[in-house]
Design a protein around this ligand. Structure first.
Ligand SMILES: [Fe+2]
Length: 218
């Protein structure tokens, strides 16, 4: 008989966030809660397990618990942490949420400042090659791109903010196409725009001025 997989409850997931030994963890935790909200709603709408998606959202960035890991350091930290606690499915999301297709894994892993060792890069490549991306991974990818610390937004706005903050490299266009492909796949399943189920987005857009989104506007 297959061993029953250990499942992290919503309460325990919040406890892990609370216990993160870090100062200034407020922004990162707010982001995680909004990601959880988006993931749950998308999963429910797709007739999947919304509560599981909520938990995956809450802990997808748990690798940031000790410090703001630069680059992709946080994905392996989060994976190892949750595996050490016995939560395999939750750990999976930590690794898969930043890649939008199998052929985007390597170019993202070898770009500058990933802060990963060669062994870690090899592990991530092999893991994703073997496991691919399931529907919950894809939901998490979309949710991570919609939930910010301040609320729920369009993928376009979140990506633009990040491009202005971190700059645009040759992989940026491929990642952009990658995330829109994932959005397209989910919208094909739904039969309508993902934003239909997020009235918060229209609300955010009408209430926000561009100077509050793009810093250093003249
Ligand atoms: Fe995130």
């Amino acid at each position: 008989m297959e061993k029953q997989k250990k499942e992290l409850s919503i309460e325990e997931a919040y406890q892990l966030l609370e216990n993160a030994p870090r100062e200034n963890k407020e922004l990162w935790i707010k982001h995680s809660v909004n990601v959880a909200i988006v993931a749950e709603r998308l999963a429910d709408e797709l007739n999947l397990n919304g509560k599981r998606a909520y938990v995956f959202g809450l802990v997808h960035d748990i690798g940031r618990r000790k410090r703001e890991h630069t680059g992709l350091r946080h994905i392996i930290e989060g994976y190892n942490y949750l595996i050490s606690l016995g939560y395999e499915e939750e750990a999976r999301g930590c690794l898969t949420h930043t890649f939008y297709a199998k052929n985007l894994v390597k170019p993202n892993l070898i770009k500058e400042n990933t802060n990963l060792t060669r062994t870690e890069i090899k592990f991530i490549l092999e893991y994703i090659n073997k496991n691919g991306f399931n529907i919950y991974d894809k939901i998490l990818q979309i949710a991570d791109n919609m939930g910010s610390a301040s609320g729920i937004n369009t993928i376009e706005r979140r990506r633009t903010e990040s491009m202005l903050r971190y700059g645009i490299t040759d992989i940026t266009e491929r990642n952009l196409r990658g995330i829109f492909n994932v959005q397209n796949e989910i919208e094909n399943k739904l039969g309508y725009s993902i934003y239909t189920i997020f009235p918060e987005v229209a609300d955010n857009i009408t209430k926000t001025l561009i100077k509050d989104v793009v810093i250093n506007l003249k």
